[in-house]
Design a protein around this ligand. Sequence first.
Ligand code: AMP
Length: 286
Amino acid sequence: MYIFKTAKDLNRHLQIYRDKKRPVGFVPTMGALHQGHLSLVKRSLADNPCTVCSIFVNPTQFNESSDLAKYPRSPERDLELLHNVGCDVVFMPAVAEVYPKGLQFEDTAQLDFGSLAKVMEGAHRPGHFDGVAQVVKRLIDIVQPDRMYMGQKDYQQLLIVRSMVQQLALPVEVVACPIVREADGLAMSSRNQRLTAEQRQQAAAISDVLRQAAQWAAVHTPEEVAQKALRALEEAGLEPEYFTLADPVDLSPVHRFSEEEEAVMAFVAARAGEIRLIDNGLVKKG
Ligand code: AMP
């Protein structure tokens, strides 16, 4: 497994694949890796002769400085996990390598995500998606992958990145991968490490509520489903930020369940203490 810290060294290596027109798969991460991240790496390994995984905690997408400071970092363990699954290349750049001209927004500042960026995470984490678009653009420019693998755990982020790729006509295919969960249903997340034993138990309510929401949706209105879900999260000891039923394509809010075959997804953000967790799931099949 090759480990590169600079774009120059990475590119010298990847040129061999580009010259032979052999596809490069890319998995951007912020490290503190778990089986969710590794599922993306494995998918890329199955699809491409070369897989690059980046580990970069992007300062521009954190809207709370304490969240950035406390973001878990375990580079040595990450490298071991990546080595064990057979990852080809790891890119671990410093902040100045990704942003040589400083942290200000440049080529992604003119993008328009419309309502996609105004709801849910966009509404609750000001500036977050600007930072995500900026870093993903920079990483795509550096790695020049043919395919990029992203998790549906961050569903709204996936749609934002797809929109950016389309608006800038970037030559990369964005591949969506399913959410990997713990045995009790909790979506895997680097932030789960920071939960106390009690919070870890409470956090299981998030996926429980998503599962129940699919049943409630058969007999209740979307508003009733959301109210029941918020109450259940509070009763579990969590502090819900939102529970939203939305269209999976454009994230527009769903106010009534139609008879037609239109899929509806539920999106949730809740805090266990100061740890903010998100998850989503289908409540009505299309
Ligand atoms: P992060 O390191 O949190 O920025 O995540 C890097 C990538 O891994 C993103 O595309 C995430 O959506 C994806 N990811 C994180 N957690 C999971 C999970 N539990 N299942 C599948 N993908 C995930």
